[in-house]
Design a protein around this ligand. Structure first.
Ligand code: SAH
Ligand code: SF4
Length: 387
């Protein structure tokens, strides 16, 4: 069986090359061709010996996910839909800004956490993505964008694991993928500019801190356990206090000195001054010597099945004011890519314009996982990494 080289971090590629009697520096050369130059053909790799290229041609491939569609928003945001087989699709979004280019990357096809306000969650869970499928999103986007902008140097400066799926429930693929993103021989991204966003898988926050600390965002969305149990069902397993403690442990090893709490503003549900006051108390009860968190208020992106609506601009501003005045730095997220359904929580892997694929998608195997029978197998298809 041929190996897809997008599946390997540098150590993995070195181990693979060793099987052919090749030294580590050859693996490094190969790694640079793949990730820095975007090579997909071994014949392009002019400084590798012909004999090695021949061995690679029989034993390896560089295969990215097939693109099903591409949409470009009026604000420059680009959304790609990738085919991950079995009738599943995932989405990746590029968000250009003055001083940075951010790629929002998916980690799973669907999601088992089933948050009430998230369309990915409503879709159910299909499977974990492999390392190659996660990295393929960055590999494709970076090299596509360089051509698109006629640029030879790096376009993507930031990666946020905020696409479809819960990255900490696909831990075994997430960590090697993060290592590729950070590796100077690949994308060379700063740890401070790679963000893992989680709904709060507490034990995995600790493991991430040990194995590969990057910036951390936590999807909080509620100021007390009763409400969070409703909105983010994982809270029943890892309640707010445990989550706060895990965040503070993470900060001891994190590349940034704060955790970002994401808070989706849901009209009449979690957006009143009482909720804001409760959040202030919560943050202050976990006070350290200095400010340890920031809040990012996300305007809810509605979809019919949620039965929820977006808080008004005035309500959101008033909520932010209460937090800011109590000393908690709070920003309101600008919604990007609205016109192409690329905003937070709108990613569903939907393939409306491809009838045949849509039919297959509707037959997709969706496993709905209840809290009681959540599987604990690590990294297998159709299960989530959890503990
Ligand atoms: N599973 C991870 C990362 C993917 S979701 C997590 O939950 O953190 C990325 C962000 O989008 C999360 O903060 C999530 O709460 C938010 N989000 C989900 N659905 C949304 C919606 N409909 N409107 C606005 N934000 C949403
Ligand atoms: Fe999953 Fe995140 Fe959506 Fe919750 S918000 S269902 S954890 S993708």
């Amino acid at each position: 069986m041929t190996a897809n080289l997008l599946d390997f971090d540098l150590d993995g590629l070195a181990a693979f090359c060793e099987r052919f009697g090749e030294k580590r520096f050859r693996a490094t050369q190969l790694f640079r061709w793949i990730h820095q130059k975007g090579a997909a053909e071994f014949d392009e790799m002019s400084d590798l010996a012909k004999s090695l290229r021949e061995k690679l041609k029989t034993n390896a491939e560089i295969t990215a996910l097939p693109v099903l569609s591409e949409h470009i928003s009026s604000d420059g945001t680009i959304k790609w839909l990738f085919d991950v087989g079995g009738g599943n699709a995932i989405e990746t979004v590029f968000i250009p800004e003055e001083d940075r280019g951010t790629l929002c990357v998916s980690s799973q096809a669907g999601c088992a956490v089933a948050c009430r306000f998230c369309s990915t969650g409503h879709q159910g869970f299909s499977r974990n993505l492999t390392v190659a499928e996660i990295i393929s999103q960055l590999w494709f986007a970076e090299h596509f964008l360089r051509k698109h902008f006629g640029q030879s140097d790096r376009v993507i400066s930031n990666v946020v694991m905020m696409g479809m799926g819960e990255p900490l429930q696909n831990y075994s693929a997430l960590v090697p993928a993060l290592r590729v993103m950070l590796d100077d021989h690949a994308y060379g991204l700063s740890r401070r500019r790679v963000t893992v966003s989680t709904s709060g898988v507490v034990p995995m926050i600790d493991r991430l801190g040990q194995d590969c600390p990057v910036a951390l965002a936590v999807s909080l969305h509620a100021s007390n356990d009763a409400l969070r149990d409703e909105l983010v069902p994982l809270n029943k397993k890892y309640p707010i206090d445990e989550l706060m403690q895990a965040c503070k442990r993470y900060l001891e090893v994190a590349p940034r000195d704060f955790v970002t709490f994401e808070y989706c503003m849901l009209n009449g549900v979690n957006d009143t001054p009482v909720h804001a006051d409760e959040l202030v108390k919560l943050v202050h009860s976990h006070r350290t010597q200095r400010a340890w968190c920031k809040f990012n208020l996300i305007p809810f992106n509605p979809f019919p099945a949620s039965g929820l609506t977006r808080s008004s601009v005035a309500t959101t501003a008033a909520f932010a004011k209460i937090l800011n005045e109590s000393g908690i730095v709070t920003t309101i997220r600008k919604t990007r890519g609205d016109d192409i359904d690329a905003a937070c929580g709108q990613l569903v892997g939907d393939v409306r314009d491809r009838t045949d694929f849509h039919n297959r998608l509707s037959r997709r195997r969706v496993i709905t996982i209840s809290e009681e029978n959540r599987p604990t197998t690590v990294g297998k298809e159709g299960t989530v990494d959890d503990c």
